[in-house]
Design a protein around this ligand. Structure first.
Ligand code: PLP
Length: 409
């Protein structure tokens, strides 16, 4: 049984009042809250084990190194990677994508090669490819989406050619919530000899990830969007690609031998982990993964599905609202516009009711202009949200009508 009230007790931040009202946190696509066990392991690490890793022979360093490397194995199992050295720790999804664009793209692409993204990408999955295109004289192709907010697969198939070298697509849209058919898209890219990167920022807290089943070449995600701390992320990459990629950054830890004449690099995964890593953050991420695994991703997904359909039905009570996505496969994100009222005004009114939502372009400006809006509101749910919170949210939205009744026609 999924007991959301018991689960909520694990999240201390949820036990607070904002402007005299209980906090309703619906900004989970931006970052999720952290359970007590994650906070505890981070504190324990600093209180008992803090040391730099991989370099020291003293006990604290050995302990810190063991915990850091155990975290790598934990992530490997969580996403079902073949080996632990296919897990590279980064700062987050953004750095993971930049790493692939810079290192794989910079070394493997030639002028005239093509990179495919979609119309629903986050800036993190647009700008690094633009850098690469500029640097290597490559061509960026963008696959359109339909009016429901789904990738047009026929257009995707037609865009693929022998010139396509990289496809980089979001698993779940951070604006529309659309769950893309990435397994099918990966197989199609491979038929054309292209490699496929999945921007998984919005996925691992909501659905089970199996990188071997997907057969993706790279999968990028962020700890802070899956109950872990900020400042840490993961790049999964197939060994055969990571092996041929040059290091992304130079510094300590990533070398085998340094001289002024020539430097040789460490083996995977250390070749890509230059400098002191976010050790406590990595240990915290592993704890978040244990927490998610103990709850069960299937249980979380089923619960969130019901909550999404509840919020989608409830919001129909407000005719002034237009929901931006009708995708048939959707994760727990609801973006909408309110007739005649700016998204920031709605978010401010809701904040006074204790309700946190996101308003703006959600780091997806090209998508917003495609949708014909400059800003939207986004309520994004997580495993600890409840139907009662959805009710408060809809009641809060009804207050928007009262405040703006003179401008809503
Ligand atoms: N990709 C998607 C789909 C996102 O939603 C986000 C963050 O919102 C990112 C990439 C960037 O993640 P981060 O800021 O953690 O690097």
């Amino acid at each position: 049984m999924y007991n959301v009230e018991e689960i909520r007790k694990d999240f201390p931040v949820l036990r607070q009042m904002i402007h005299g009202k209980p906090l309703v946190y619906f900004d989970n696509a931006a970052t999720t809250q952290k359970p007590q066990c994650v906070l505890d392991v981070i504190l324990k690490y600093y209180q008992e084990d803090n040391a730099n890793i991989h370099r020291g022979v003293h006990t604290l360093s050995e302990r810190a190194t063991r915990k850091y490397e155990e975290a790598r194995e934990c992530i490997q199992k969580f996403i079902h990677a073949k080996c632990k050295y296919e897990i590279i720790f980064t700062k987050g999804t953004t750095e993971s994508i930049n790493l692939v664009a810079h290192s794989y793209g910079g070394s493997q692409l030639q002028p005239g090669d093509e990179i495919i993204i979609s119309h629903m990408e986050h800036h993190s999955n647009i700008v690094p490819w633009q850098f690469l295109c500029e640097q290597k004289k490559c061509i960026l192709k963008v696959i359109p989406i339909n009016s429901r907010g789904e990738i047009l697969l026929e257009d995707y198939k037609n865009s693929l050619s022998s010139k396509t070298k990289i496809v980089s697509i979001t698993h779940i849209s951070n604006v529309l919530g659309s769950v893309n058919p990435i397994k099918e898209m990966i197989a199609l890219a491979h038929e054309r000899g292209a490699i496929f990167l999945v921007d998984g920022a919005q996925a691992p807290a909501h659905t089970r990830i199996d990188v071997q089943d997907l057969n993706c070449d790279f999968y990028a995600f962020s700890s802070h969007k899956m109950l872990g701390p900020t400042g840490v992320g993961v790049l999964y990459g197939k060994e055969k690609y990571l092996e041929i990629m040059p290091p992304y950054q130079g510094g300590g830890s990533m070398i085998r031998q340094v001289s002024f004449e020539k430097t040789t690099y460490a083996d995977l995964p250390y070749k890509f982990e230059a400098g002191t890593q976010a050790i406590a953050g990595v240990i915290g991420l592993a704890e978040a993964v244990r927490y998610l695994t103990a709850l069960g991703l299937e249980n979380i997904e089923n619960y969130e599905k019901k909550l999404l359909s509840y919020i989608e039905n409830k919001i129909l009570e407000i005719p002034e609202i237009t929901v931006l996505s009708q995708a048939l496969k959707k994760s727990s994100i609801l973006s909408f516009v309110y007739k005649g009222v700016h998204a920031h005004d709605i978010a401010t009114i809701l904040d006074h009711e204790g309700i946190a939502i996101r308003a703006g372009h959600h780091c997806a400006m090209p998508l917003m202009s495609h949708l014909g809006v400059d800003a939207s509101c986004r309520a994004s749910l997580a495993l600890y949200n409840t139907q009662d919170e959805v009710d408060s949210f809809v009641e809060g939205l009804k207050k928007v009508k009262e405040v703006f009744k003179s401008v809503i026609t």
